[in-house]
Design a binder for this molecule. Sequence first.
Ligand SMILES: [Zn+2]
Length: 198
Amino acid sequence: MKFNKSVKSIKIALVALVLTAMVGVTTTFAATYYHDYGFAKGKVYINYWKDSSVASFGYTSYSNTGINNWKNITGNLNITEVKSSPTYFGIVTYVGNSIPGFDVYGVVDHFKYGLTGFKQVNPDDQRDRSRVRMDHTNLKSMKNNAEKQYAFTHEFGHAVGLKHNNSGVASVMSETIISTRNTPQTADKNNIKLKYKN
Ligand SMILES: [Zn+2]
């Protein structure tokens, strides 16, 4: 009796070990392509604002198309353009001849607003603002306008909480620019739905 019980408990332990190993494997391969928190984990209303530099450099339509591409994927991600720089739930957009410290088409960073003003936070942290900055010098070196649009849509994808998706599926969040994929692809839309719980 005692012996049998002991044998049984080893079997249970072995099953538990196998399950742990399987969970480990699943975790390793089921990469997520969106950040955990960001603006919200569920329904959100985001304010989109363009600095005057966007129009001065001639990117108004790229910027508007880039952000609007992320609308209407889910009723939980709502985006409205506002006339002044928003403090909360804001995506703010700038274009310059260069971005200090970066040699890229565009870059996005994230901030939380507090007593001392805006403080930079990590992409997974809760945030009040995402700042999109685009580099005119590098954008004008791109092959065509469709690639420029890819850069804008991609950076706004980061602003709404997506990570790079270099898995090989069609994605505007891939670091490899494919101009025909300059709008959110099926995988990107699915990740938005997962992130915003709809
Ligand atoms: Zn990127």
